[in-house]
Design a protein around this ligand. Structure first.
Ligand code: ING
Length: 316
């Protein structure tokens, strides 16, 4: 009997700055219901999926900024999403802006939570790799100010045994860094869930930006294959407040194959059965981290901080 979990990427189209939480949660519930109708047991929503991608603007008014953050999860505006998911017995990943009070101080994180099929909170992740800048860049038409609005995550990359699998979470830019997947794979992760908001003009260099979709897919497929894990990646997509966010929500197998991908940049559900034994097979053969990965032999690389110096007698 193979272990599997039917999973959905619930892509969310543009969210306008003026859209209320209620309007957005209505859309998330509709996506969740569609995913359930198509057999999904787990649904992955995007990063910062309750509001427009506000780090594209520089705001200074604390009240204006706080309006984009949640002080509780679930809170009054999101409780009904949790209730519907519990009633339908569907687990989910939800990305949002978190205003947390810790050691008497307020902290702001770019956060995701994982909720199981009984509606129980499984775990929380706070985004570690924050792209962009901590101050407006004068030459940019649209800003990318995640370092201004959020602190780097302080929870590491935990993984949890839940819903019949070992699952981990990351957020958006994390997916571009190989250590993100490896740190979770070394803890036994079989499924890695990620939401993203990815504008197609991030660097302002068209040679790079024209490859945004390719780099998205490359990062996800490499992460999945090189770590023998399923990767479920969900976009906030579309033309959102003048910013073009790529779609391409996708479900990638441990083989690196894309088994389902969104074809729109709107609200769209893609579903696939994730065979967890496939991850185990790759982990037992090609990517047996215990047998084939010999970190003690990497020591020389780690100790060396730069190129090997030329031999003494090298001719100038
Ligand atoms: N967004 C983008 C991401 O990493 C980006 C930023 C876009 C980086 C394109 C590099 C290239 O997908 C977030 N929110 O991290």
């Amino acid at each position: 009997m193979t272990r599997s979990i039917i999973t959905a990427a619930a892509q969310v189209g543009p969210i306008a700055r003026a859209d209320s939480r209620a309007q957005v949660v209505d859309r998330l519930i509709a996506l969740l219901r569609e995913a359930h109708a198509r057999g999904a047991e787990l649904v992955v929503f995007p990063e910062l999926t309750l509001t427009t991608f506000f780090p594209r603007w520089h705001m200074t008014d604390p009240t204006e900024i706080s309006a984009f953050f949640e002080t509780a999860m679930p809170g009054p505006q999101t409780q009904r999403l949790f209730d519907v998911a519990r009633d339908l017995r569907v687990g989910f990943y939800l990305g949002y802006a978190e205003l947390a009070e810790e050691d008497g101080l307020q902290h702001r994180f770019n956060t995701s939570v994982l909720v199981d099929r009984a509606g129980k909170m499984v775990g929380k992740y706070r985004k570690i790799h924050l792209p962009g800048y901590d101050a407006p860049q004068p030459e940019r038409t649209s800003q990318h100010l995640e370092k201004y609005y959020f602190e780097p995550g302080n929870l590491g990359f935990p993984v949890w045994r839940t819903m019949g699998a070992v699952m981990g979470m990351c957020i958006c830019n994390d997916r571009r860094w190989p250590e993100t997947y490896r740190v979770m794979a070394l803890q036994g992760a079989e499924m890695i869930l990620v939401g993203y908001n990815t504008p197609d003009d991030h660097t302002g260099n068209f040679d790079f930006d024209s490859l945004t979709g390719f780099h998205n897919q490359l990062s996800l497929q490499a992460g999945a294959y090189q770590n023998s894990a399923w990767v479920v990646a969900t976009a906030k997509a579309g033309l959102e407040e003048g910013s073009r966010l790529i779609g391409q929500s996708m479900i990638v197998a441990p083989s690196g194959q894309v088994v389902a991908m969104a074809t729109s940049t709107s609200d769209e559900v893609v579903v696939a059965r994730c065979d967890l034994d496939m991850a185990a097979l790759y982990r037992r053969t090609i990517f047996d981290l215990a047998r084939h990965r010999e970190p003690q032999h990497y020591g020389l690389i780690v100790e060396r901080k730069g190129p090997v110096p030329p031999p003494e007698d090298a001719q100038p």
